[in-house]
Design a protein around this ligand. Structure first.
Ligand SMILES: [Zn+2]
Length: 112
């Protein structure tokens, strides 16, 4: 099972992408940003594991405590941003992304 990824001309100011299960919606021009895609795929898989409705309920309940500069600290955002940064660092180091991409289910299944 994989997200349905769509690109739209624009999203709310300051937002590049949003996971609205079963969709991941990207602002035009950012879909090739692999670290960002990994961030959103992490949310998508996290919501699937939790159950989509409980995930969004808890996300929204916690949101008022993590506004503005604190938004990265939201308990559902912190691991997504950590993964995003890990991908950025691995890309910069020229390391293989096979491991994290396979964990997210983003890698193409190999034959055999
Ligand atoms: Zn996020």
């Amino acid at each position: 099972m994989k997200p349905i990824e769509v690109t739209v001309p624009a999203l709310q100011k300051g937002i590049d992408a949003i996971t609205l299960w079963p969709f991941i919606i990207y602002r035009r021009g950012v879909r090739d940003n692999l670290p960002l895609r990994c961030h959103e795929w992490f949310h998508w898989r996290h919501a699937l594991r939790w159950g989509v409705l409980p995930w969004y309920a808890v996300y929204l309940l916690l949101k008022p405590f993590y506004l503005g500069a604190r938004s990265h600290l939201h308990p559902f955002e912190a691991p997504a941003y950590a993964l995003q940064q890990k991908i950025i660092d691995m890309q910069a180091a020229g390391e293989s992304l096979d491991g994290p991409l396979a964990e997210l289910g983003m890698a193409c299944p190999s034959a055999g």
